[in-house]
Design a binder for this molecule. Structure first.
Ligand code: PSV
Ligand code: MN
Length: 387
Protein backbone atom coordinates (compact mmCIF):
# COMPACT_ATOMS: atom_id res chain seq x y z
CA UNK A 1 0.00 0.00 0.00
CA UNK A 2 1.31 3.40 -0.91
CA UNK A 3 0.03 6.20 1.34
CA UNK A 4 -0.09 9.95 0.81
CA UNK A 5 2.78 10.38 3.28
CA UNK A 6 4.91 8.19 0.98
CA UNK A 7 4.37 10.42 -2.03
CA UNK A 8 4.43 13.79 -0.30
CA UNK A 9 8.07 14.61 -1.18
CA UNK A 10 7.82 13.34 -4.74
CA UNK A 11 4.81 15.56 -5.33
CA UNK A 12 6.95 18.61 -4.68
CA UNK A 13 8.76 17.99 -7.98
CA UNK A 14 5.66 18.87 -9.99
CA UNK A 15 6.10 22.02 -12.07
CA UNK A 16 3.77 22.99 -14.88
CA UNK A 17 4.63 25.66 -17.43
CA UNK A 18 1.75 27.96 -18.34
CA UNK A 19 1.28 29.54 -21.78
CA UNK A 20 1.24 33.33 -22.06
CA UNK A 21 -1.56 33.10 -24.63
CA UNK A 22 -3.94 31.48 -22.13
CA UNK A 23 -4.27 34.90 -20.47
CA UNK A 24 -5.11 36.71 -23.70
CA UNK A 25 -8.39 36.56 -25.56
CA UNK A 26 -8.96 33.59 -27.81
CA UNK A 27 -11.91 31.96 -29.44
CA UNK A 28 -13.11 29.73 -32.19
CA UNK A 29 -13.10 30.66 -35.85
CA UNK A 30 -16.57 32.06 -35.23
CA UNK A 31 -15.90 34.60 -32.49
CA UNK A 32 -13.25 35.87 -30.12
CA UNK A 33 -14.91 37.22 -26.97
CA UNK A 34 -13.25 40.02 -25.06
CA UNK A 35 -13.32 39.81 -21.28
CA UNK A 36 -12.69 42.41 -18.57
CA UNK A 37 -9.20 42.33 -17.07
CA UNK A 38 -7.55 40.72 -20.11
CA UNK A 39 -3.85 41.66 -20.33
CA UNK A 40 -2.85 44.29 -22.86
CA UNK A 41 0.87 43.65 -22.69
CA UNK A 42 3.25 40.75 -22.26
CA UNK A 43 4.04 42.10 -18.79
CA UNK A 44 0.40 41.85 -17.78
CA UNK A 45 0.25 38.26 -19.06
CA UNK A 46 3.31 37.46 -16.94
CA UNK A 47 1.73 39.13 -13.91
CA UNK A 48 -1.30 36.84 -14.34
CA UNK A 49 0.89 33.79 -14.73
CA UNK A 50 2.82 34.76 -11.60
CA UNK A 51 -0.49 35.01 -9.77
CA UNK A 52 -1.32 31.43 -10.72
CA UNK A 53 2.04 30.38 -9.29
CA UNK A 54 1.58 32.43 -6.11
CA UNK A 55 -1.68 30.69 -5.25
CA UNK A 56 -0.71 27.17 -6.31
CA UNK A 57 3.08 26.86 -6.12
CA UNK A 58 2.76 24.81 -9.29
CA UNK A 59 3.52 27.11 -12.22
CA UNK A 60 7.05 28.53 -11.94
CA UNK A 61 7.51 29.32 -15.64
CA UNK A 62 5.71 30.95 -18.55
CA UNK A 63 5.96 29.97 -22.21
CA UNK A 64 6.11 32.74 -24.79
CA UNK A 65 4.84 32.73 -28.39
CA UNK A 66 6.74 34.84 -30.94
CA UNK A 67 5.60 37.25 -32.40
CA UNK A 68 2.59 37.41 -30.03
CA UNK A 69 4.97 38.21 -27.20
CA UNK A 70 7.46 40.40 -29.03
CA UNK A 71 9.27 42.96 -26.86
CA UNK A 72 12.41 45.00 -27.41
CA UNK A 73 14.28 43.83 -24.36
CA UNK A 74 13.95 40.18 -23.33
CA UNK A 75 16.58 40.46 -20.63
CA UNK A 76 14.40 43.12 -18.99
CA UNK A 77 11.31 40.97 -19.45
CA UNK A 78 13.12 38.05 -17.82
CA UNK A 79 14.12 40.25 -14.90
CA UNK A 80 10.53 41.46 -14.56
CA UNK A 81 9.28 37.86 -14.49
CA UNK A 82 11.84 36.97 -11.83
CA UNK A 83 10.76 39.89 -9.66
CA UNK A 84 7.29 38.37 -9.73
CA UNK A 85 8.62 34.93 -8.80
CA UNK A 86 8.46 33.16 -12.17
CA UNK A 87 10.81 32.65 -15.13
CA UNK A 88 10.45 32.67 -18.89
CA UNK A 89 10.25 29.17 -20.36
CA UNK A 90 9.67 27.61 -23.76
CA UNK A 91 9.78 29.85 -26.81
CA UNK A 92 7.12 28.91 -29.38
CA UNK A 93 7.76 29.92 -32.96
CA UNK A 94 4.87 30.98 -35.14
CA UNK A 95 4.94 30.38 -38.88
CA UNK A 96 1.20 30.25 -39.32
CA UNK A 97 -0.07 33.81 -39.24
CA UNK A 98 1.66 35.42 -42.16
CA UNK A 99 0.20 35.51 -45.69
CA UNK A 100 3.42 34.05 -47.06
CA UNK A 101 2.69 30.82 -45.19
CA UNK A 102 -0.64 30.11 -46.89
CA UNK A 103 0.81 27.08 -48.69
CA UNK A 104 3.22 26.08 -45.94
CA UNK A 105 6.25 27.36 -44.06
CA UNK A 106 9.22 25.00 -43.65
CA UNK A 107 7.55 22.76 -46.27
CA UNK A 108 6.57 25.45 -48.77
CA UNK A 109 7.52 24.72 -52.40
CA UNK A 110 8.94 28.26 -52.60
CA UNK A 111 12.52 28.33 -51.27
CA UNK A 112 12.09 32.00 -50.32
CA UNK A 113 9.23 31.17 -47.96
CA UNK A 114 11.15 28.26 -46.50
CA UNK A 115 14.08 30.61 -45.85
CA UNK A 116 11.78 33.08 -44.15
CA UNK A 117 10.42 30.32 -41.88
CA UNK A 118 13.92 29.15 -40.96
CA UNK A 119 14.94 32.74 -40.31
CA UNK A 120 11.99 33.23 -37.97
CA UNK A 121 13.05 30.21 -35.93
CA UNK A 122 16.60 31.54 -35.77
CA UNK A 123 15.19 34.79 -34.38
CA UNK A 124 13.38 32.73 -31.76
CA UNK A 125 16.72 31.18 -30.78
CA UNK A 126 18.07 34.73 -30.36
CA UNK A 127 15.18 35.37 -27.99
CA UNK A 128 16.00 32.16 -26.13
CA UNK A 129 19.58 33.33 -25.72
CA UNK A 130 18.32 36.44 -23.97
CA UNK A 131 15.62 34.79 -21.87
CA UNK A 132 17.76 31.79 -20.94
CA UNK A 133 15.05 29.48 -22.29
CA UNK A 134 15.91 25.86 -22.88
CA UNK A 135 13.29 24.83 -25.43
CA UNK A 136 12.27 25.99 -28.88
CA UNK A 137 8.87 24.53 -29.69
CA UNK A 138 7.91 24.21 -33.32
CA UNK A 139 4.39 23.51 -34.44
CA UNK A 140 3.68 23.78 -38.14
CA UNK A 141 0.31 24.55 -39.63
CA UNK A 142 1.72 23.08 -42.85
CA UNK A 143 -0.30 20.71 -44.97
CA UNK A 144 -2.54 20.57 -48.01
CA UNK A 145 -6.29 20.58 -48.51
CA UNK A 146 -6.57 18.68 -51.78
CA UNK A 147 -5.00 15.51 -53.12
CA UNK A 148 -2.39 16.44 -55.70
CA UNK A 149 -1.93 19.94 -54.25
CA UNK A 150 1.60 19.36 -52.99
CA UNK A 151 4.39 16.80 -53.22
CA UNK A 152 4.04 15.22 -49.80
CA UNK A 153 7.44 13.52 -50.17
CA UNK A 154 9.40 16.64 -51.18
CA UNK A 155 7.81 18.48 -48.29
CA UNK A 156 9.28 15.95 -45.81
CA UNK A 157 12.73 16.57 -47.32
CA UNK A 158 12.35 20.34 -47.10
CA UNK A 159 11.18 19.97 -43.53
CA UNK A 160 14.26 17.91 -42.68
CA UNK A 161 16.54 20.52 -44.27
CA UNK A 162 14.91 23.43 -42.47
CA UNK A 163 14.90 21.67 -39.11
CA UNK A 164 18.57 20.74 -39.52
CA UNK A 165 19.50 24.38 -40.03
CA UNK A 166 17.48 25.47 -37.01
CA UNK A 167 18.89 22.67 -34.85
CA UNK A 168 22.45 23.60 -35.83
CA UNK A 169 21.88 27.09 -34.44
CA UNK A 170 20.84 25.92 -30.98
CA UNK A 171 23.18 26.39 -28.06
CA UNK A 172 24.54 23.36 -26.22
CA UNK A 173 21.94 23.59 -23.47
CA UNK A 174 19.05 24.27 -25.79
CA UNK A 175 16.59 21.81 -27.29
CA UNK A 176 14.14 21.67 -30.16
CA UNK A 177 10.75 20.06 -29.59
CA UNK A 178 8.59 19.27 -32.61
CA UNK A 179 4.85 19.15 -32.06
CA UNK A 180 2.54 17.03 -34.22
CA UNK A 181 -1.13 17.36 -35.01
CA UNK A 182 -3.20 15.16 -37.25
CA UNK A 183 -5.35 17.87 -38.84
CA UNK A 184 -6.13 21.58 -38.87
CA UNK A 185 -5.70 24.01 -40.46
CA UNK A 186 -5.00 21.63 -43.37
CA UNK A 187 -7.55 18.92 -43.91
CA UNK A 188 -6.17 16.53 -46.54
CA UNK A 189 -2.65 15.99 -45.31
CA UNK A 190 -0.58 17.53 -42.51
CA UNK A 191 3.22 17.56 -42.75
CA UNK A 192 3.78 16.53 -39.12
CA UNK A 193 0.58 14.62 -38.39
CA UNK A 194 1.68 12.10 -35.79
CA UNK A 195 4.31 11.12 -33.23
CA UNK A 196 5.96 8.79 -35.72
CA UNK A 197 6.66 11.59 -38.19
CA UNK A 198 7.86 13.88 -35.44
CA UNK A 199 10.05 11.07 -34.10
CA UNK A 200 11.57 10.39 -37.53
CA UNK A 201 12.32 14.08 -38.07
CA UNK A 202 13.78 14.77 -34.61
CA UNK A 203 15.80 11.53 -34.60
CA UNK A 204 17.62 12.72 -37.71
CA UNK A 205 18.63 15.90 -35.87
CA UNK A 206 20.28 14.64 -32.69
CA UNK A 207 19.91 14.10 -28.96
CA UNK A 208 18.59 17.55 -28.18
CA UNK A 209 15.65 17.26 -30.56
CA UNK A 210 12.55 15.65 -29.12
CA UNK A 211 8.84 15.18 -29.65
CA UNK A 212 6.19 17.44 -28.14
CA UNK A 213 2.92 15.66 -27.37
CA UNK A 214 -0.17 17.89 -27.31
CA UNK A 215 -2.96 15.82 -25.80
CA UNK A 216 -5.57 17.39 -28.11
CA UNK A 217 -3.77 16.44 -31.30
CA UNK A 218 -4.89 12.86 -31.83
CA UNK A 219 -7.81 11.15 -33.47
CA UNK A 220 -10.61 10.33 -31.01
CA UNK A 221 -9.98 7.02 -29.30
CA UNK A 222 -6.19 7.15 -29.67
CA UNK A 223 -4.39 5.51 -26.77
CA UNK A 224 -2.23 8.49 -25.80
CA UNK A 225 -0.61 6.78 -22.82
CA UNK A 226 0.81 4.17 -25.19
CA UNK A 227 2.49 6.95 -27.19
CA UNK A 228 3.84 8.38 -23.93
CA UNK A 229 5.26 4.99 -22.95
CA UNK A 230 6.82 4.48 -26.37
CA UNK A 231 8.42 7.93 -26.58
CA UNK A 232 9.82 7.64 -23.06
CA UNK A 233 11.16 4.21 -23.92
CA UNK A 234 12.93 5.78 -26.91
CA UNK A 235 14.20 8.73 -24.86
CA UNK A 236 12.40 11.11 -27.19
CA UNK A 237 9.54 12.61 -25.19
CA UNK A 238 10.53 16.25 -24.82
CA UNK A 239 7.41 17.95 -23.63
CA UNK A 240 3.67 17.94 -23.21
CA UNK A 241 1.06 20.46 -24.21
CA UNK A 242 -1.74 19.53 -21.81
CA UNK A 243 -5.37 20.34 -22.48
CA UNK A 244 -8.56 18.34 -22.87
CA UNK A 245 -11.05 17.74 -25.59
CA UNK A 246 -14.37 16.19 -26.43
CA UNK A 247 -14.06 16.45 -30.23
CA UNK A 248 -11.03 17.97 -31.97
CA UNK A 249 -8.34 20.25 -30.63
CA UNK A 250 -10.78 21.81 -28.17
CA UNK A 251 -8.04 23.27 -25.92
CA UNK A 252 -10.26 22.95 -22.84
CA UNK A 253 -9.01 22.77 -19.26
CA UNK A 254 -6.78 19.73 -18.77
CA UNK A 255 -8.56 16.97 -16.86
CA UNK A 256 -11.98 18.52 -17.50
CA UNK A 257 -13.14 16.23 -20.29
CA UNK A 258 -11.45 13.01 -19.17
CA UNK A 259 -9.63 12.97 -15.83
CA UNK A 260 -9.14 9.21 -16.16
CA UNK A 261 -7.16 9.69 -19.39
CA UNK A 262 -5.00 12.30 -17.65
CA UNK A 263 -4.40 9.80 -14.84
CA UNK A 264 -3.43 7.07 -17.30
CA UNK A 265 -1.02 9.41 -19.07
CA UNK A 266 0.60 10.44 -15.78
CA UNK A 267 0.96 6.81 -14.71
CA UNK A 268 3.03 6.19 -17.85
CA UNK A 269 5.02 9.41 -17.36
CA UNK A 270 5.98 8.25 -13.86
CA UNK A 271 6.54 4.65 -14.94
CA UNK A 272 8.80 5.82 -17.79
CA UNK A 273 10.97 8.07 -15.62
CA UNK A 274 9.46 11.27 -16.99
CA UNK A 275 8.64 12.71 -13.59
CA UNK A 276 10.91 13.90 -10.82
CA UNK A 277 13.59 16.46 -10.12
CA UNK A 278 16.17 15.03 -12.55
CA UNK A 279 14.14 14.48 -15.67
CA UNK A 280 13.76 16.69 -18.67
CA UNK A 281 10.17 16.09 -19.77
CA UNK A 282 8.55 19.54 -19.73
CA UNK A 283 4.94 19.61 -18.61
CA UNK A 284 3.18 22.53 -20.21
CA UNK A 285 -0.37 23.68 -20.68
CA UNK A 286 -1.66 24.72 -24.09
CA UNK A 287 -5.16 25.94 -23.52
CA UNK A 288 -7.56 28.71 -24.37
CA UNK A 289 -10.13 30.09 -21.98
CA UNK A 290 -12.74 31.32 -24.43
CA UNK A 291 -15.72 31.68 -22.11
CA UNK A 292 -14.39 31.24 -18.56
CA UNK A 293 -12.20 33.64 -16.55
CA UNK A 294 -8.60 33.05 -17.52
CA UNK A 295 -6.57 33.22 -14.28
CA UNK A 296 -8.91 30.90 -12.33
CA UNK A 297 -9.11 28.75 -15.49
CA UNK A 298 -5.35 28.29 -15.27
CA UNK A 299 -5.50 27.70 -11.51
CA UNK A 300 -8.08 24.95 -12.06
CA UNK A 301 -5.86 23.43 -14.77
CA UNK A 302 -2.68 23.13 -12.71
CA UNK A 303 -4.67 21.80 -9.75
CA UNK A 304 -6.20 19.12 -11.98
CA UNK A 305 -2.73 18.02 -13.05
CA UNK A 306 -1.58 17.99 -9.42
CA UNK A 307 -4.55 15.92 -8.33
CA UNK A 308 -4.05 13.29 -11.03
CA UNK A 309 -0.29 13.25 -10.42
CA UNK A 310 -0.95 12.49 -6.76
CA UNK A 311 -3.30 9.67 -7.67
CA UNK A 312 -0.82 8.29 -10.21
CA UNK A 313 1.97 8.38 -7.61
CA UNK A 314 -0.30 6.45 -5.25
CA UNK A 315 -0.49 3.51 -7.64
CA UNK A 316 0.64 0.41 -5.76
CA UNK A 317 3.18 -0.69 -8.34
CA UNK A 318 4.26 -3.75 -6.35
CA UNK A 319 0.73 -5.09 -6.06
CA UNK A 320 0.22 -4.30 -9.72
CA UNK A 321 3.37 -6.14 -10.74
CA UNK A 322 2.35 -9.16 -8.64
CA UNK A 323 -1.11 -9.27 -10.22
CA UNK A 324 0.42 -8.98 -13.68
CA UNK A 325 2.94 -11.73 -12.96
CA UNK A 326 0.23 -14.11 -11.89
CA UNK A 327 -1.92 -13.22 -14.88
CA UNK A 328 -4.70 -11.91 -12.64
CA UNK A 329 -6.43 -9.53 -15.01
CA UNK A 330 -9.10 -8.36 -12.61
CA UNK A 331 -6.76 -7.86 -9.66
CA UNK A 332 -4.42 -5.77 -11.83
CA UNK A 333 -7.27 -3.63 -13.03
CA UNK A 334 -8.54 -3.26 -9.45
CA UNK A 335 -5.16 -2.01 -8.18
CA UNK A 336 -5.09 0.48 -11.06
CA UNK A 337 -8.64 1.71 -10.42
CA UNK A 338 -8.03 1.95 -6.67
CA UNK A 339 -5.37 4.58 -7.31
CA UNK A 340 -7.56 6.46 -9.75
CA UNK A 341 -10.53 6.50 -7.37
CA UNK A 342 -8.52 7.71 -4.36
CA UNK A 343 -9.80 11.07 -3.20
CA UNK A 344 -6.65 13.09 -2.49
CA UNK A 345 -8.28 16.48 -2.03
CA UNK A 346 -8.06 16.70 1.76
CA UNK A 347 -4.48 15.40 1.78
CA UNK A 348 -3.51 17.92 -0.88
CA UNK A 349 -5.08 20.76 1.09
CA UNK A 350 -3.02 19.82 4.17
CA UNK A 351 0.08 19.35 1.99
CA UNK A 352 -0.30 22.87 0.61
CA UNK A 353 -0.77 24.40 4.05
CA UNK A 354 2.40 22.72 5.27
CA UNK A 355 4.19 24.55 2.45
CA UNK A 356 2.71 27.95 3.16
CA UNK A 357 0.24 27.78 0.29
CA UNK A 358 -3.52 28.27 0.54
CA UNK A 359 -5.32 24.99 1.24
CA UNK A 360 -7.85 25.88 -1.44
CA UNK A 361 -6.06 27.99 -4.08
CA UNK A 362 -9.20 28.61 -6.10
CA UNK A 363 -11.17 30.03 -3.14
CA UNK A 364 -8.13 32.01 -1.99
CA UNK A 365 -7.78 33.55 -5.46
CA UNK A 366 -11.45 34.48 -5.63
CA UNK A 367 -11.24 36.09 -2.18
CA UNK A 368 -7.97 37.91 -2.94
CA UNK A 369 -9.46 40.73 -4.99
CA UNK A 370 -6.93 40.18 -7.83
CA UNK A 371 -9.68 39.60 -10.40
CA UNK A 372 -11.50 42.82 -9.44
CA UNK A 373 -8.19 44.68 -9.42
CA UNK A 374 -7.24 43.71 -12.97
CA UNK A 375 -10.77 44.31 -14.20
CA UNK A 376 -10.74 47.89 -12.99
CA UNK A 377 -7.08 48.63 -13.78
CA UNK A 378 -6.85 47.19 -17.28
CA UNK A 379 -9.13 49.59 -19.05
CA UNK A 380 -8.25 51.05 -22.44
CA UNK A 381 -5.57 49.82 -24.81
CA UNK A 382 -5.83 46.71 -26.95
CA UNK A 383 -6.46 43.44 -25.17
CA UNK A 384 -3.95 40.73 -26.03
CA UNK A 385 -5.18 38.01 -28.32
CA UNK A 386 -4.22 35.80 -31.24
CA UNK A 387 -2.37 38.31 -33.32
C1 PSV B 1 -1.57 24.22 -32.42
O1 PSV B 1 -2.88 23.79 -32.38
C2 PSV B 1 -1.01 24.47 -31.03
O2 PSV B 1 -1.26 23.35 -30.24
C3 PSV B 1 0.43 24.83 -31.05
O3 PSV B 1 1.07 24.45 -29.85
C4 PSV B 1 0.36 26.30 -31.15
O4 PSV B 1 1.57 26.97 -31.00
C5 PSV B 1 -0.67 26.54 -30.07
O5 PSV B 1 -1.65 25.55 -30.38
C6 PSV B 1 -1.25 27.87 -29.92
O6 PSV B 1 -2.16 28.21 -30.95
MN1 MN C 1 0.04 22.75 -28.65
Amino acid sequence: MTTFADISDRLAALAIEVPSWAYGNSGTRFKVFGSPGTPRTVEEKIADAATVHRFTGLAPSVALHIPWDLVDDYAALGAYAEELGVRLGTINSNTFQDDDYKLGSLTNADPGVRRKAVQHNLQCIEVMNQTGSRDLKIWLADGTNYPGQGDIRDRQDWLAEGLAEIYASLGEDQRLVLEYKFFEPAFYHTDVPDWGTSYVQVSALGDRAKVCLDTGHHAPGTNIEFIVAQLLRLGKLGSFDFNSRFYGDDDLIVGAADPYQLFRILVEVIRGGGFGPDNDVALMLDQCHNIEAKVPGQIRSVLNVQEMTARALLLDTEALAAARRSGDVLAANEVFMDAFYTDVRADLAAWREERGLPADPMRAYLASGYQQEIESARVGGAQAGWS
